[in-house]
Design a protein around this ligand. Structure first.
Ligand SMILES: Cc1cc2nc3c(=O)[nH]c(=O)nc-3n(C[C@H](O)[C@H](O)[C@H](O)COP(=O)(O)OP(=O)(O)OC[C@H]3O[C@@H](n4cnc5c(N)ncnc54)[C@H](O)[C@@H]3O)c2cc1C
Ligand code: SF4
Length: 466
């Protein structure tokens, strides 16, 4: 097909659940491409010789390579190509910020809409999983080296998979009862079904990675104790500690951190009521504070748990919102009430100590601040109260402190992140590597995976020289 004909094909839409219906259920919102649509979308790719999209991908997927397979209807070939560098394709196809990474660099996007790389990745992964016949690559002869991976989020899972494919004996230790990190306890079912994360974790199990859950490194065993048994340790413990607003009334009943709210809904299955009777306040008027993916997920979860009004309260404007555009758009379609340029100043309680309102100030945008975004400035005398019965604070997370606190000689930054070499993940302790949110602070799935990949390479070199 000629380039000009490829350029004429419009970006293929992905069908999704009707916004009214989906506000009442936890089923996944987009349905994914069918085979014909995927092939048509694949025809839009120009298979560039020096593909800029690949440079935007932290795990270096051969993007034109897998897309040409889809165009030729070789769907098995497509997923094998992706899996050469990415062990979590169904996850990445769903939640990666493609619009800021591979797709933003796509040359087709210079004149129109970029190739839907993420949707094609999702298609290839779903095709393989739905067929029920997952390809298992051959594992090289055992090296006899033992590696401990602490934390089973995307950083830990990626490091574990890559190290196993190098022939090492890998054990993943996870504090919670289920593997997946934020992919299972944070991101809700309607965006990333748990069954998909489980399938990708099971794939690692089939490769021979061992998993131990309910195992808290720093309490069950320390890193120093692990080093007596293992040749190297990878720390992928994430940024699981919630930040709070630090305003009066934050201790009132009905005020949650997003971590607790989403964990109760996702991991403790409050969303499956009445099958699971997990305690969670099912507010009628819920306010969520923040403008990132976590805030969108919380507001949309509140709606699905039965709220009449689910507010996003954010102190800047829509343009500065850090959430993915697609998710802001989905939230708008579902009727989430956006109170932009609005900052909470105190929670108001009733005589039983329950939250009944939040007082806010309207803001305007001033000069850019350290983050490069316009600074929100309060408008004097603009105080007003929103009546609420539940509040969810989603303004960010800081690193999990337990491992640094129990590992002498492990250097950390002022923000509490572990200091690690960007290229190798090596920390200040010999044989101890780290990557993902515990090093960068709260970031993205694909960056955590990229860090896990780089660390796996360095760990391999380290243990093989030992
Ligand atoms: C609600 C929500 C929505 C998000 N949406 C997106 C999105 O759409 N796209 C995107 O790219 N990113 C998104 N993110 C961010 C992304 O999920 C994280 O950047 C990513 O999961 C970080 O991976 P990680 O492996 O470093 O850590 P995590 O996923 O946090 O995993 C760390 C794991 O380590 C375990 N652990 C911690 N301490 C210990 C210990 N001492 N011993 C044993 N185990 C321990 C934890 O229980 C956890 O399972 C979202 C985050 C949240 C919270
Ligand atoms: S930049 Fe766009 S057109 Fe070029 S190979 Fe990548 S996806 Fe295809």
């Amino acid at each position: 097909m000629e380039v000009k004909d490829r350029m004429k094909i419009p970006r293929q839409k992905m069908p999704e659940q009707d916004p009214k219906a989906r506000g009442k259920n936890f089923d996944e919102v987009p349905y994914g491409y069918d085979e014909n649509t995927a092939v048509t979308e694949a025809q839009r790719c120009l298979k560039c010789k020096k593909p800029p999209c690949v440079e935007g991908c932290p795990v270096e997927i051969d993007i034109p390579g897998f897309i040409v397979c889809i165009e030729n209807k070789d769907f098995d070939g497509a997923i094998r190509k992706i899996k050469e560098t990415n062990g979590l394709p169904a996850v990445c196809g769903r939640v990666c910020p493609q619009e800021d990474q591979c797709e933003v660099r796509c040359v087709v996007g210079k004149k129109g809409d970029p190739v839907a790389i993420g949707r094609l990745e999702r298609f290839a992964a779903d095709y393989e999983r739905n067929k029920g016949n997952v390809f298992i690559p051959e594992i090289p002869k055992s090296t006899g080296k033992r590696i401990a991976v602490v934390g089973s989020g995307p950083a830990g899972l990626t490091a574990a998979g890559d190290l196993r494919l190098m022939g090492h004996d890998v054990t993943v230790m996870e504090a919670l009862h289920k593997e997946g990190g934020v992919l299972v306890y944070g991101i809700p079912e309607f965006r990333l079904p748990k069954a998909i994360v489980k399938a990708e974790v099971d794939y690692l199990g089939k490769l021979g990675v061992k998993f131990i859950s309910n195992y808290i490194v720093g309490k069950t065993r320390t890193v120093d104790e692990l080093l007596e048994e293992y040749d190297a340790v990878f720390l992928g413990t994430g940024a699981g500690l919630p930040l709070f607003l630090n305003i009066p009334g934050e201790n009132l009943i009905g005020v949650y951190s997003a971590n607790e709210y989403l964990t109760r809904s996702n991991l403790m299955k409050a969303y499956l009521f009445p099958e699971y009777d997990t305690p969670i306040v099912r507010g009628k008027n819920v306010a969520v504070f923040g403008g990132g993916n976590v805030a969108m997920d919380s507001a949309r979860t509140a709606l699905r748990l039965g709220a009449d009004n689910s507010y996003i309260i954010y102190r800047r404007s829509r343009v500065e919102m850090p959430a993915r555009n697609e998710e802001i758009h989905h939230a708008e379609e579902e009727g989430i009430n956006f109170q932009l340029l609005t900052n909470p100043i105190r929670f108001i309680g009733d005589d039983k100590g329950r939250v009944k309102g939040v007082e806010c100030l309207r803001m305007e945008l001033g000069e850019p601040d350290d983050s490069g975004r316009k600074r929100p400035v309060p408008i004097k005398g603009s105080e007003f109260v929103i009546e609420i019965d539940t509040a969810v604070v989603a303004i960010g997370n800081s690193p999990n402190p337990l491992v640094p606190a129990t590992t002498p000689g492990l250097d950390t930054s002022k923000r509490g992140t572990i200091i690690a070499d960007e290229e190798t993940g090596l920390t200040s302790r010999e044989g101890v590597f780290a990557g993902g949110d515990i090093v960068t602070g709260a970031a993205t799935v694909i960056l955590a995976m990229g860090a896990g990949k780089k660390a796996a390479r360095a760990i391999n070199e380290y243990v093989m020289k030992k």
